[in-house]
Design a protein around this ligand. Structure first.
Ligand SMILES: NC(=O)c1ccc[n+]([C@@H]2O[C@H](COP(=O)([O-])OP(=O)(O)OC[C@H]3O[C@@H](n4cnc5c(N)ncnc54)[C@H](OP(=O)(O)O)[C@@H]3O)[C@@H](O)[C@H]2O)c1
Length: 219
């Protein structure tokens, strides 16, 4: 039987690496995206060894405007038809807006918002034509909560992701393509090292881990 392909961004750590591991265990072929070549190569090697799957690891920086087209071209050139897209890459940045330089904010918008939309725009049409596909956009519970001071972009971007996902789901549902926003709460990953909240998260009980899944299936 021909194996289906899933593409996962931010697959070198945390939630993305977990998606890769669970999909590989179900026999999916994988295209893994992140910047760190060593981490990606290790995950690829381990998944191939454990599950004998097809797997490509592409070291790509999603803050680069041409990154998404590069990923799409790679799939076209290698005759890879993506049936599941997991838009997961993301991070938080510490500090208020004035203390953060524009390039840092611009990169965050590119990685977590523009890239997510562009990858949907590139891969959704094929899913629609096939009447089969899934897109999972990793948002956050922060996108469902009232705004708070500082870290102004993070919650705003995640609110956008949830709203965009709802809209796209309504477009897609008649074509058997399912678009889902995943809204994790605190999850133990490298995320809190990157955004500088590791000390705060250490105080959260280890068994406090939950996720709110929002499934926008046919009603
Ligand atoms: N952990 C939480 O508590 C939590 C809660 C709510 C939502 N989330 C969301 O869950 C998603 C995954 O986060 P996580 O907790 O798994 O964090 P993580 O462990 O830090 O993983 C983040 C992933 O994103 C990749 N990434 C970051 N910048 C990138 C770039 N410019 N280009 C390509 N890849 C990039 C990282 O890979 P490289 O560094 O190798 O590029 C890494 O694979 C994010 O969207 C985050 O907002 C997390």
């Amino acid at each position: 039987m021909k194996k289906k392909w899933a593409l996962i961004t931010g697959a070198s750590a945390g939630i993305g690496a977990e998606f890769a591991s669970q999909l590989a265990a179900k026999g999916w072929s994988l295209v893994l995206i992140a910047r760190r070549t060593d981490k990606l190569s290790e995950i690829k090697r381990m998944l191939i060894k454990k599950h004998q799957i097809n797997c490509h690891a592409l070291s790509i920086d999603l803050s680069k405007v041409k990154a998404n087209q590069e990923i799409f071209n790679f799939c076209q050139e290698n005759d890879i038809h993506i049936s599941m897209l997991v838009n997961n890459a993301g991070y938080g940045i510490p500090g208020d807006i004035e203390a953060t330089d524009w390039k840092t904010l611009q990169d965050m918008i590119q990685v977590m918002l523009s890239s997510l939309v562009e990858l949907c725009h590139l891969f959704y049409p094929f899913m629609k034509r096939c009447h089969e596909g899934q897109i999972i956009n990793v948002a956050s519970i922060a996108g469902l909560m009232p705004a708070k001071a500082a870290r102004t972009l993070y919650g705003s971007i995640k609110s956008f992701v949830i709203n965009f996902t709802q809209s796209l789901h309504l477009e897609a549902r008649d074509f058997n393509v399912h678009i889902t926003a995943l809204c994790p709460g605190f999850t133990y990953t490298e995320f809190h090292d990157v955004n500088g909240t590791r000390n705060l998260v250490k105080k959260v009980p280890k068994n406090y881990g939950w996720m709110l899944l929002m499934w926008f299936h046919k009603d």
